[in-house]
Design a protein around this ligand. Structure first.
Ligand SMILES: N[C@@H](CCC(=O)N[C@@H](CS)C(=O)NCC(=O)O)C(=O)O
Length: 259
């Protein structure tokens, strides 16, 4: 294995180098270690006009908020530029569609122009960029527990957003009450399960948070923002207590959606 010493071989710069991580690549049939030195990073940053990733999102999006919270909790926020990109299924954002054919936020555009979506994929990627405790445990029973709680939090947010589109976007004459009720049942059923199984969320004050906790917190924050009339806390005191404690985190305070 040879070391890369800046010989004049025209090789593409691997994305991991731009992200500050060493890489091994094959040049002329040899494995070469490429070191992400500060000097390399500065030079590459200059060449590419900055190494910041761009997060296309909107302040009200619970999925965009999830990504921002992971970035804050894992010390990555200064490597991300947040770009406001409002979109709806009725008025898909054309600019966004160039980076994500689904025209959905959040979308993360890397410094080499590649884009990542959806929010889970982005969080999984961000988790590779830091050396601390992972938001998504790599293996073992805890991995499946965190992923399942994440799916529940995301599912609650998905159903709530579909209801929001139904009531805020769809013309009244075309609305379908049974369909909306069905979506809201996913929301309330998910909240009931979390209230009865609050231990599945783990400690709200732990120094390291996981993606399941973050997804649930973002779903609850979205309900407070768009569905205050549902008054979800009234019958779910354990979940309300957990959320009150989790909301104290600076990452939650900094990403609170504003009306
Ligand atoms: N599963 C996706 C959901 C993303 C999503 O639904 N985002 C909404 C905004 S919060 C969106 O882009 N809606 C526009 C559309 O559905 O066309 C994720 O986790 O990123």
């Amino acid at each position: 294995m040879a070391d890369y010493r800046g010989e004049c071989i025209p090789i593409p710069i691997p994305a991991s180098i731009l992200a500050g991580q060493d890489a091994t690549l094959t040049v002329a049939g040899r494995n070469v270690n490429m070191r992400a030195s500060k000097q390399d990073l500065r030079r590459n940053a200059k060449k590419l006009g900055g190494t910041k990733m761009k997060l296309l999102s909107a302040p009200a999006s619970p999925f965009g908020r999830k990504v921002k919270i992971v970035a804050i909790e894992k010390g990555l926020l200064d490597r991300i530029e947040i770009v406001a990109m409002p979109t709806t299924p009725a008025a898909p954002n054309e600019q966004l569609a160039r980076d994500n054919p689904l025209a959905k936020i959040p979308t993360l555009v890397l410094s080499d122009g590649r884009s990542l979506y959806d929010s889970f994929v982005i969080c999984d990627y961000l988790d590779t960029l830091h050396a601390g405790e992972k938001a998504i445990p790599a293996a073992g029973a805890r991995r499946w527990a965190v992923l399942t709680v994440h799916a529940l939090g995301n599912g609650i947010a998905d159903a709530a957003i579909l209801c929001r589109y139904e009531t805020a976007l769809r013309p009244e004459a075309l609305r379908w009450a049974d369909w909306t009720r069905g979506q809201m049942k996913k929301v309330t059923g998910g909240l009931d399960w979390l209230d009865s199984n609050v231990a599945a969320l783990g400690s709200a004050g732990a120094s390291d948070v996981d993606l399941g906790q973050i997804a649930v917190a973002c779903a609850l924050g979205y309900l407070d923002f768009r569905f205050a009339d549902v008054n979800w806390r009234a019958t779910r005191p354990r979940l309300a207590g957990w959320f009150a404690a989790f909301s104290q985190r600076a990452s939650m305070q900094q990403t609170m959606p504003a009306a």
